[in-house]
Write a protein that binds this ligand. Sequence first.
Ligand code: SF4
Ligand code: SF4
Length: 138
Amino acid sequence: MGSGTVTDLKTLLYDCDKCVAYCCSIYDRVQVTPRDIRRLAAHFRVLPEVAAKRFTKLFGKERILRRKHDRLFGQACMFLDQGTRKCTIYHARPAVCREFPITERCAYYDLIEFEREQQNDPDVIPLVKITFKDGNGQ
Ligand code: SF4
Ligand code: SF4
């Protein structure tokens, strides 16, 4: 999700290029709107109905992105490149992905930076899991 890069550092206090994309992995539900589906459809040059079926699914009344197996977190967004940990549809990603993390800080980036400093290991990856009381993810 995150869009923070080195060039954003004047305003953003996180750097997605140094992260493993927690935001694209640990949330079970990445919501998509009809507009997001039209954007996906245009990106893949398919009809919106096809994009909705191929890339999204219903969770109750909510439409969310499909997920796939992920080597780090078990599951991740189907559009996450597991090698680079980057979004493969960056310019066509849903609105919620564009907005995350809303503020100039990203708690997950703070965590990875903190742990790498503590361990004196620039490659260490703290694993994070979010659990909700109702057990429904996100
Ligand atoms: S669409 Fe891209 S930015 Fe959004 S969760 Fe998936 S991989 Fe991350
Ligand atoms: S978790 Fe934060 S720092 Fe990591 S990719 Fe997402 S927005 Fe960027």
